[in-house]
Design a protein around this ligand. Structure first.
Ligand code: HEM
Length: 398
């Protein structure tokens, strides 16, 4: 009997349990096969839930990264156009060249140098909600923090940031499995707006360079104009989505585990381990995809040239063969070799920045608002297969 006959069929669009908690579904898939061939939400391919297999594929250059939908449709031209030159979807020599340039701007040292600015921004945001009874930590804390920091790095004027929340949401919706044609059309329109916005900003920085990343990218002879544009858009989107989700899901995980929360409050030096555990426990990016460029064997399975491979990072991060008690939040977990930032050539360029932002945000929040508790018993997640994203995190502050 082949694995396909056992296809688990959660009706993902109607099953609210999946959006609240996708982990039982992942476990079911892994129990059938950690490298499972089947179809989820119209997408046939190999679904990888095993840690070792996921890590092996991410490190293997025969599995190529590619734009998440067919490039041919004229309807989505703006969308395919911006993604065509993105670092994330480049391979081999183009990827190496672009990664060298972009990676240099996102080293651990650069992220460390932003610590004072991140601290000040966190305190400013908490000052604004300090005297309130309740707040939404997504829209009033995590989102503005991530947005202000990436805007500062890139050189996007503060007062122009307001558009980025919707723009990012539109693009994320279009790269997700749950996308509809309507979402693609909308995202293509948004991609047009993002392109126009950054073309204008790039032009301004060409005329008058500043101490920002856009000005630095423009001066790089090794980046084409299209690549500069695509890098700005990728960084703006990456900076506005996943870090927000790490901070909000991280706070939620801690509040839901009072003994872990107390341990962190008693010993704040555990914050680095705590953030790594939050990354593993409820990974902001749940899925990344590859295409096999030749026939490849993974754990006894032959993945044929051209076949799609979907790596479920959130599932790999709860693989019991690597993580003891994988469904337990343990802020002292060590070692914690999670794959939340990917692995190999495409390992997240913004990992150091995201880690520092989350460490400062979570620790300062707990220090300044030690009585913080949830204000709602049911929380809603955006209906995305590839990202873990709370719509709101309502809390009582005091
Ligand atoms: C908690 C926050 C974050 C998470 C969980 C995350 C996750 C990831 C993952 C899983 C990948 C690899 C995708 C793949 O292999 O297909 C990736 C790549 C990337 N991330 Fe992040 N990311 C985060 C924050 C950021 C931030 C703040 C930035 C920059 C501002 C950033 C920039 C990038 C870039 C440029 C890539 C592409 C790297 C390449 O292709 O070489 N990320 N991220």
């Amino acid at each position: 009997m082949t694995a396909e006959l056992h296809t688990p069929k959660p009706s993902l669009f109607t099953d609210s349990d999946f959006w609240r908690d996708p982990y039982p579904f992942y476990e079911k898939l892994r129990s059938i096969d950690p490298v499972y061939k089947g179809t989820v939400l119209k997408y046939p391919g190999w679904y990888v839930t095993g840690y070792e297999e996921a890590a092996a594929i991410l490190k293997d250059a025969r599995f190529k990264n590619r734009i998440p939908f067919p490039e041919s449709s004229a309807k989505y031209e703006n969308l395919t156009h911006i993604q065509h030159d993105m670092l994330l979807y480049k391979n081999q020599s183009d990827h190496k060249r672009m990664r060298m340039i972009i990676g240099k701007e996102f080293t651990a040292k650069t992220a460390e140098s932003l610590r004072p600015c991140i601290k000040e921004t966190v305190h400013d945001l908490l000052d604004q909600i300090q005297n309130r009874k309740t707040a939404d930590l997504v829209s009033e804390f995590a989102f503005p923090l991530a947005s202000l920091i990436i805007a500062k790095i890139l050189g996007v004027p503060k007062e122009e940031r307001y558009q980025f929340r919707q723009w990012t949401a539109d693009i994320i919706q279009a790269i997700d499995f749950t996308r509809s044609r309507k979402a693609l059309v909308k995202a293509s329109d948004t991609a047009g707006k993002l392109t126009a916005y950054f073309k204008d900003l790039i032009h301004k920085r060409k005329v008058q360079p500043r101490e920002d990343l856009i000005s630095k990218f423009i001066m790089q002879e090794q980046l084409s104009e299209e690549e500069v544009l695509a890098a700005c858009i990728l960084l703006a989107i990456a900076g506005h989505e996943t870090t927000v989700n790490l901070i909000s899901s991280g706070v939620l995980s801690l509040v839901k585990h009072p003994e872990q929360l107390s341990a962190l409050k008693e010993n704040p030096s555990l914050i680095e381990f705590a953030v790594e555990e939050c990354l593993r426990y409820d990974s902001p990016t749940q899925l990344t995809a590859r295409t096999a460029s030749e026939d490849c064997e993974i754990n006894g399975k032959i993945i044929k040239e051209g076949e799609q491979v979907y790596i479920l990072l959130g599932a790999a991060n709860r693989d019991p063969s690597i993580f003891d008690h994988p469904h337990k939040l343990d802020i002292e977990r060590n070692p914690n070799p999670h794959l939340a930032f990917g692995k190999g050539a495409h390992f997240c360029a913004g990992a150091s920045l995201a880690r520092i932002e989350a460490q400062i945000a979570i620790l300062t929040l707990l220090e300044r608002m030690p009585k913080l508790r949830l204000a709602a018993s049911e929380l809603e997640y955006r209906k995305l297969f590839g990202f873990r994203s709370l719509t709101e995190l309502p809390v009582v502050l005091g």
